[in-house]
Design a protein around this ligand. Structure first.
Ligand SMILES: Cc1cc2nc3c(=O)[nH]c(=O)nc-3n(C[C@H](O)[C@H](O)[C@H](O)COP(=O)(O)OP(=O)(O)OC[C@H]3O[C@@H](n4cnc5c(N)ncnc54)[C@H](O)[C@@H]3O)c2cc1C
Length: 393
């Protein structure tokens, strides 16, 4: 067993670390100023400039297979890259990624959707959640009915990330009402690739953080048979595959932010003097630093263990749920502690802590809430699919 990084892995990580420090972090004040003007993230041209700079150095499509022009990095490496990116709250990501389920598309669909998504000329969104179906995704009611050679889609989707900006949607609809009523979701749901021009509409939903998802309306949207992704009736498995694509990457990103916040907290504590002593001398502050450092280290190993299991081709679902749950809960505790260490300054918009405070709250909700992760973890254990001895047995 070797728990160290190879030289190549160190080099890749170092490149990203330097890139984040030199290119991404200097944009933080701009991002905070934009947020005060109710504008999200980076301006499109700024994001493109950064992505082009990274691409020139070979950083394009971290998880995209090499035959599609990407780097095809391992899951462990992707997690390490995500930690470095997470050290800044600037919502930057390398270009060249596409939704994993688009790789199952037919050759014609790949030409129309996969390749332009990788190249960044078309934007996708993934739509399963509905007003009446979130955690319980099997309760979706959006339907697609046959009409001659076409399908006609009717229903509402909500909380769709990128839904207001997307050029096309991967939408999940019930195509076999009887099977759906009987709970046979493995046969009842189909995924369709639908261009915005076909008539679906969107309106943005304001949130407490950077993320601005959208509600989508399908009012009799007509699509041809060639819009079906995969097979008719087999969409639910695709949805689960999309959601499970890299659950370890979400807490990996939070981990980078937590490292930075604890570094900021320690710096502040060394310099802030009360009652004649730096607050770093007080046990109350030291314990917050110590507890946060232990949480960070535990989270690092949960993330890396999940990523390692992905690379090893093992069933990583239990490990990924654990990393997502622990990351969501503990990252929220860490940001709260570090905001506390900064006192009144922590509450202001002069420092990025309040932004992280709002941002990280989402990690406990999307792509499976804390409660749903606990449900999954407990079920896997109780049914004997996983052991408390972990993957080493
Ligand atoms: C910013 C943002 C972006 C999103 N992006 C997307 C996207 O791109 N595509 C998409 O399809 N969806 C997206 N979602 C939807 C997201 O996945 C759902 O919000 C999430 O799954 C929770 O569903 P819900 O909001 O309906 O809450 P509910 O399912 O109504 O849950 C409400 C509460 O009850 C708890 N609960 C539910 N069931 C149980 C149970 N069995 N046992 C115990 N507790 C339970 C939940 O944990 C939660 O605390 C996004 C959401 C947000 C906020």
């Amino acid at each position: 067993m070797d728990l160290d990084l190879t030289e190549d892995e160190r080099d890749i990580r170092q490149w990203v670390r330097t890139f984040v420090e030199k290119e991404v972090m200097p944009l933080e004040q701009d991002v905070l100023a934009r947020e005060r003007r109710h504008e999200r993230g980076l301006p499109a041209e700024e994001l493109k400039r950064l992505q082009d700079t990274a691409r020139e150095a070979g950083f394009f499509g971290v998880l995209t297979p090499e035959e599609h022009g990407g780097m095809g990095l391992s899951a462990v490496m992707a997690a390490l890259v995500e930690v470095e990116l997470g050290r800044s709250f600037v919502p930057f990501r390398f270009a060249g990624e596409a939704d994993n389920i688009l790789f199952h598309a037919t050759e014609a669909q790949q030409e129309e959707y996969l390749r332009p998504t990788i190249e960044g000329t078309r934007r996708s969104c993934f739509a399963i959640t509905e007003p009446g179906a979130g955690s319980d995704a099997r309760a979706i009611r959006t339907k697609a009915e046959r009409d001659g050679d076409d399908w006609v889609i009717t229903g509402e989707k909500t909380f769709i990330t990128g839904g207001h900006e997307a050029d096309f949607v991967m939408v999940f609809a019930v195509t076999d009402a009887e099977a759906h009523r009987e709970g046979r979701t493995g046969e009842s749901v189909t995924c369709f690739l639908v261009d915005r021009e076909r008539g679906w509409t969107s309106h943005p939903i304001d949130t407490m953080g950077e993320w601005g998802p959208a509600a989508l309306t399908f009012d009799g949207v007509r699509v041809p048979q060639s819009a079906v992704l995969g097979e008719v009736g087999k969409g639910f498995a695709l949805a689960m595959q999309w959601i499970g694509k890299g659950r370890y990457l979400l807490p990996a990103r939070a981990l980078g932010g937590c490292e930075r916040m604890v570094e900021m907290g320690m710096e502040w504590a060394r310099n802030r003097v009360t009652f004649g002593q730096p607050i770093a001398e007080r046990q109350a502050i030291q314990w917050m630093v110590a507890d946060s450092a232990v949480d960070i280290e535990a989270l690092r190993w949960l993330v890396l263990s999940a990523a390692w299991q992905v690379d090893a081709g093992r069933d990583s679902r239990q490990a990924q749920s654990m990393a997502k749950l622990f990351g969501g809960v503990r990252a929220n505790e860490i940001v709260d502690r570090m905001l506390q260490v900064h006192g009144g300054m922590g509450y202001t918009r002069e420092l990025p802590l309040e932004r992280w405070y709002r941002e990280l709250r989402l990690l406990r909700i999307y792509e499976g809430t804390d409660e749903i992760q606990r449900r999954t973890i407990a079920r896997n254990l109780l049914k004997g699919h996983a052991s408390v001895r972990g993957h080493l047995g």
